[in-house]
Design a protein around this ligand. Structure first.
Ligand SMILES: *Cc1c(COP(=O)(O)O)cnc(C)c1O
Length: 439
């Protein structure tokens, strides 16, 4: 049966009548790859199903959260029970304390935790806190790192902002963006220079310790230690944005793997188990500045929502109680990467394959990728050929070279084998594309 997206195409046209660009988050539009986004009808385990009746092995996992796979039976049944108890109270519950406790156990640098509704909200709130605590105004971020869409951090940002080529959005006042200094990731010298110039004014350095929003990029050996050392030297707070890497690179996030203690950490994605949750936390003395414990205001009508807490709790419990969950998933991820890499090499392609725990990525570049500049040298046209070939064979990858891919506990060896085989056919199309376009 030929691959068709007729119903999705009609649905997309209809959606554009009512929603800007037809989507509620830009990368979903498939604009970067010039295609129709499949409209999704349902998902289960490792698969998602669109309204045209196509099914896909899913490596987007809702952009990271679905580490247990879709509609995990235990998460779903706990949610069903929670639903019967009411969906929101705007008053404290036992669920919030329990999820906060699990998080502080997993990520010991987070002595206190505040729940919000998205990763964006977490990074926005944490910056206010860092500025209040240090009484300084400047922030350092890294080119290609994405921390959500609020003004201070939408400067040289990754993810959709990078895919669509609008790194700085109109509507971000210069007075705000001007307090955000940008440095290349993995560049110790650049960071040192910024600190030599502005160190006494820098409230915080915010970093994706393992960036996943310019494609998956890995820290060079000793790099994160240097970032910790420099920030400490200037009394600047180090914020790890682990919204993506938290419970993904390892149960304790990148800070566990690289053995770094940040002052503050942002979480999201996995901790919501597929419902909208973000969190920020860290050193007790800093976090106690947050209202009502302290003067820094931050609030939320639906923060700590009982359904969201229930999904997060069920997810973290399953992650921590399933024997060897991460070891197995990391081994599966490595097997997938090795298989796809072997397919690429059989066509003579020496592309860059990266893995960090249960996250992975492939850059269509023959040169090493270690920052935003080197990531941008990837062959986007070749990626697009590969992407569409995979989609047509029922493998759902992020529709952008500059996004990571995610493995889930629901993916099977059969899924992995099918994906590797599909990648062989897709690389054949890339080879054909190069023949026609004389590299
Ligand atoms: C996804 C992401 C965010 C933003 O989270 P939202 O829930 O989409 O607002 C922030 N930081 C990082 C590292 C992310 O990957």
């Amino acid at each position: 049966m030929a691959f068709k997206l007729d119903k999705s195409a009609a649905a997309f046209a209809e959606a554009k009548q009512y929603i800007p660009g037809g989507v509620n988050s830009p990368v979903r539009s498939f604009r970067g790859v010039g295609g129709t986004p499949p409209f999704i009808a349902k998902a289960a385990g490792s698969r998602i199903y669109d309204i045209d009746g196509n099914s896909y092995i899913d490596y987007v996992g809702s952009w990271g959260p679905m580490i247990l796979g879709h509609a995990h039976p235990e998460v779903t049944s706990e949610l069903r029970e929670a639903l019967e108890r009411g969906t929101s109270y705007g008053a404290p519950t036992l669920l919030e304390t329990e999820l906060a406790r699990l998080i502080t156990e997993a990520v010991p640098s987070m002595e206190l935790v505040r729940f919000v509704n998205s990763g964006t909200e977490a990074t926005m709130s944490v910056l206010r806190l860092a500025r209040a605590y240090t009484k300084r105004s400047k922030i350092v971020k890294f080119a290609g790192c994405y921390h959500g869409h609020h003004d201070s951090l939408l400067v040289k940002a990754g993810s959709g902002a990078l895919t669509l080529g609008v790194p700085d959005s109109p509507g971000v006042p210069e007075s705000i963006a001007g307090n955000t200094l940008t440095v290349e990731y993995n560049d110790v010298k650049g960071l040192t220079q910024v600190f030599e110039q502005h160190g006494e004014d820098i409230a915080a350095v915010i970093i994706e310790p393992v960036p996943g929003n310019m494609g998956l990029v890995l820290p060079r050996s000793g790099y994160l230690d240097k970032v910790r050392e420099i920030t400490e030297g200037y009394g600047t707070l180090l914020i790890f944005d682990e919204v993506m890497s938290g419970f993904r690179v390892a149960y304790g996030g990148a800070q566990e793997v690289y053995n770094i203690t940040p002052d503050l950490t942002c979480l999201g994605k996995v901790i919501g188990g597929g419902l909208p949750v973000g969190a920020y936390g860290g050193r007790r003395d800093i976090m106690e500045q947050i209202a009502p414990a302290g003067p820094v205001y931050q609030a939320g009508t639906l923060s700590g929502n009982p359904l969201a807490m229930t999904a997060g709790l069920a997810t973290l419990r399953l992650l921590s109680e399933t024997a060897d969950f991460y070891e197995k998933l990391i081994t599966m991820t490595a097997a997938l990467c090795a298989g796809v890499q072997a397919q690429a090499e059989s066509y003579g392609f020496k592309f860059q394959f990266h893995q960090a725990g249960t996250m992975f990525g492939l850059f269509f570049s023959e040169k090493p990728v270690y920052d935003y500049e080197s990531a941008k040298k990837s062959d986007i046209a070749a990626f697009n050929v590969f992407f569409h070939a995979m989609l047509e064979q029922g493998v759902y990858l992020a529709p952008s070279q500059f996004e990571a891919a995610f493995m889930s506990g629901a993916h099977t060896h059969t899924d992995i084998g099918a994906t590797i085989a599909a990648s062989g056919n897709a690389f054949a199309k890339v080879a054909e594309y190069y023949r026609q376009n004389k590299r």
